[in-house]
Design a protein. Structure first.
Lengths: 274, 243
């Protein structure tokens, strides 16, 4: 009995020592970076049957690290603790579909945005609605999820013509579009793809006009990596990498692999020249 | 006074939330809430009087269905009833093409129906309790005068029961006002809906909700005042002498 305990203790000591030296070795190597991510968020990141992380953001993150000449590892972190985790040095950057907002900018430093999901107008297929002709929209009802950027956009741009219904969840919006209470809905593209199959030819619903990503004052700049405020050099490396994956088409190739719609936000030339 | 004025000016100068625009939101929310609550209470009372009489009937085929109705509507949350009326009706095939759709397409009428049925159930039970508790002496006196059951109900039991039901009914009115806050989940821009909107727009939950709480308090106060006055007048005969 005693022998067991002793050997277990020794094994434990050896093991922790090993982990310790490994951690030391990693700290010595300046090119090792830990990236924090909230799992799962399909198709951006999921854990597959073998227990490995995969998805669009995993592929993109690994690609960015390769370009920046960094050795990257992934750290799983639930969403509500993801910024505190960064500030507490549990990892060196967040790459987890985090949208740039002024509130977050006070705590962390963002890279250039690497993607932004568009929003989309949807109506019944048999309805003849021209979304660009504002006068023809008078009296139609539109459903949006309350307090979202879509709510802000519709209120600001169409508040004087459309009858705006605000719902607690986007599921409720879809329900009332299907029930016929709503003439229109303005939805986040991935959510709309999920809830209303509006892209099939035999679907009772259709997209109106183009997908919408601007103005950035409402829709935001998009999702970006987040760093601690003082790690300016690290952020600059990733900015360059983001510019590079856009410039040579790697981003588009990755995007086509996971999505059948456009969520790119091409960085401006002066952003990349820095 | 000077100081107080200065303090107010300072307080309001930092204010970006309560502009004319948001105040008009609160105002239309107030109008919607009062309309919704007043209408549902009014129709609820009209329904509740015959139901309360029927609830005390000796005939089982009258008594039991009414009992089942009040049991169901008092036994389930108002929010669930509202969801069932608003989202549930669309699962009836072809309702969109029927004349009922005129009513159910808006959010206001499903909410009015749910609120009315709910308050009618509670009011029925309040009135039924009051009718049942009518003093034996009053009924015997009426019978001694040779009144028929109908006449007795109209002249003696109901007037007496309604007076005694007044305090409990006043509570029901206040509960209904507060329960109406759930209307915002079906897109009605009532007071709470307006507060949600302001909250979502400015990310300021405390300011948005404390303001709406104050409005509800004012409404509750005026309801309480009305019922207090009514009770003083109508229940004067029940007060102890010399008080």
């Amino acid at each position: 009995m005693n022998k067991w305990i002793t050997s277990a203790l020794i094994a434990g000591a050896l093991f922790s020592g090993q982990v310790f030296t490994q951690a030391m070795a990693q700290d010595d190597n300046k090119d090792a970076i830990r990236l924090g991510i909230d799992v799962p968020y399909e198709p951006f990141v999921v854990r597959n049957a073998d227990g490995d992380l995969e998805g669009f953001e995993i592929d993109l993150g690994n690609e960015l690290c390769a370009r920046a000449n960094l050795e990257c590892s992934w750290v799983e972190q639930s969403w509500d603790g993801i910024i505190p985790g960064l500030l507490a040095r549990k990892y060196d950057a967040i790459l987890s579909s985090m949208a740039i907002t002024p509130e977050r900018e006070r705590q962390v430093m963002f890279s250039l945005p690497y993607y932004n999901t568009p929003s989309v107008w949807i109506a019944a297929r048999d309805r003849d609605i021209d979304i660009d002709d504002k006068d023809s929209l008078k009296g139609l009802s539109v459903g949006v999820q309350r307090g979202t950027i879509r709510d802000v956009y519709v209120t600001q741009e169409y508040g004087d013509v459309l009858d705006i219904h605000r719902y607690g969840s986007s599921q409720d919006v879809v329900n009332d579009l299907k029930s016929g209470r709503l003439d229109l809905t303005f939805e986040d593209f991935p959510i709309a793809v999920d809830a209303i199959d509006f892209r099939q030819d035999d679907s009772p619903y259709k997209q109106l006009g183009d997908s919408i990503k601007t103005p950035t004052s409402i829709f935001g700049k998009g999702a970006a990596m987040a760093f601690r405020q003082r790690d300016k050099a690290l952020a600059a490396k990733f900015d360059q990498a983001i510019c590079a994956v856009y410039a040579d088409g790697t981003f588009d190739k990755l995007m086509d692999q996971y999505f059948d719609y456009d969520l790119s936000v091409r960085p401006g030339e002066q952003d990349c020249a820095k | 006074m000077e100081q107080l004025n200065g303090w107010f000016t300072d307080l309001l100068s930092g204010n970006v939330i309560f502009t004319a625009n948001t105040l008009s939101f609160y105002w239309s929310g107030l109008v919607t809430t009062v309309q919704l609550v007043f209408l549902s209470l009014l129709i609820g009372v009209i329904l509740a009087v015959p139901l309360a009489i029927g609830r005390g009937s000796k005939r089982r085929w009258i008594k039991l269905p009414i009992y089942a109705y009040t049991y169901v509507f008092r036994g389930t949350p108002l929010l669930i009833q509202l969801y069932l009326v608003y989202y549930g009706v669309v699962f009836f095939d072809g309702i969109q093409d029927s004349i009922f759709w005129v009513v159910f397409k808006q959010a206001f009428f499903p909410a009015l129906i749910a609120f009315t049925l709910n308050t009618a159930a509670y009011t029925t039970e309040i009135f039924h309790g009051a009718i049942k508790n009518t003093a034996k002496g009053e009924i015997e006196a009426a019978r001694a005068y040779g009144m028929s059951r109908k006449l007795m109900m109209r002249r003696i039991i109901l007037p007496s029961a309604f007076r005694r039901a007044l305090p409990a009914y006043g509570n029901e009115v206040i509960f209904m006002l507060h329960a109406s806050a759930v209307a915002s989940v079906v897109t009605i821009m009532d007071l709470t809906g307006a507060a949600y909107y302001v909250y979502a727009r400015f990310y300021a939950p405390f300011d948005a909700f404390i303001f709406v709480a104050l409005i509800y308090l004012c409404l509750t106060f005026s309801i309480m005042f009305t019922f207090r006055t009514l009770e003083k007048r109508l229940l004067a005969h029940l007060r102890p002498r010399g008080a």
